[in-house]
Unconditional design. Sequence first.
Length: 541
Amino acid sequence: MSLLKWLALSSDEFDVATVEALAAEAQVPSLASLDAALAAGVLLPLASRYRFRHHLVQQALVEQVPPHRRQKMHRQIATRLAELDSPPAGIARHWLEAGLPRDAMPCLLVAAREALRLAAFSDALRHLEPLLAYQADHAEGLRLRAESMDAMGEPAALAAYHAAADAAGEPESHNLRAKAALAQVKLGDPKGALLVLDGLMPTSVEGRLCEALAYSGAAALGAGDPAVGTAKAAVARQLALQSGDTTSLVIASWAQAAAAHARGELHRSVWADLHETSQVPHLALRVFDGHLCITQRFLYGARPYADVIHFAQSLSTEAQRLGALRGHAFGVTLRGEAEWLAGTLPEAREHLREGARLHRAIGGPVGEALSLQRLAEVALHEGRRDEARALIDEALDVARQTDIGFHLLDRIYGTRITLHADDPAAALHVMEDASASVRGPLETCPGCRITFAVPAAIAAARAGELALAEKHEEQCAYLANVVMRLPAWYASHHEVRGHIAATRGAADEALAQFAAAAARFREAGHPIDAHRCDGLVRQSS
């Protein structure tokens, strides 16, 4: 009983080493006591560990220990667990239960850092709460809290970053406020972000990257000067190259592409990057990964598809001449995407399959996942649902292997929703899965989000979930009219509004919205989408 009380206070699950350590505290023979507890059925074996048969048993044992004894026991348990190099979160809990938050702080910090590294952002915030309750101005704790909130897409991240900056002091405050500005751009307030950036002088590579991306993103959204974004992105790119950090290079390339798009020179920027990186394959891979999001703006009606196909083919040919495998794969996939949207299906299938193969051969999971997702769309359109399902599942698996899933996951989950267009309940289930799986700027980006918001709004409307549909429609309106500003996305917004009107029973409005969608898709050069909306017009008549 003495040992069981120590174990009950310790945890609901433990290993032999913990049993032996706590048996020493209980002053009983460890193995004999463990055998007795197992024989009595109080404990159950669990692989190489042990657990209480029922939580009520554990709770009853805890209640037999007077409160004044528990604190001392928690302190001794924390010490023993630290000697065993146990997980820091568990050690911290015992220091807190012992009424010693100061002793818990180092473990809470380690646990929060590890949770953030593993993208367990809610866990990180849970570890930081008692730390900041004890020391409200703890600089690292405030920074980790802000980064966790930012990663979850929480608007409160802005205030959290500024609180962290106030606690950190200069020069680190400039780096944190640059992160706050980028978070503000991602939350849809580029003008507010520019006010934050005014006068900042970030010193770290990460801070400079955030500053560059915030300026470039604001310029791409029409709220900032493209020249400033260009200059900041160029400096950030040099810093990323000097640091040798490939993830930083992706972000710098993204900033540079956004600035080029704001200047109307995205074609030239892609071409320049092809030549600059043709002799450095590992850098080429990351540079073109950074272009993924912005080059999607070549599509959806920004340029005639004949021009996009010609550009992609020229890029691919030049890349082959230079021996730049990443540029070649990039051009082939971009061409396949343009052909798919333009309705030339045999060519689209050929080039998307080749794009997936080429990216796989050079270890480019970003391009491979994009190619597979587009192939799934083609297969779904042609009625090969099982093939489409297999392709989109593979695309998701590949995307999870990358560090820029935030440009991929929305479009992949958007296609998964469309796969269940004839089963509203299943589509809603996919939406719930996406809501749990795709959160914050590590999983989504402001531009790419529209590839999820449109099918999500349509699926919710078809399922009769009007409140949910209207919530996604509001997001579609902002993304189509403020962020993307491309003809095909205007058409998609009309289609969304048509489905919502149809669910409400407003037949005339639905007819008008579907007709507008069909017309705008046709103007954008999307015959397949236009044909679908023509069918919806006929259904509404």
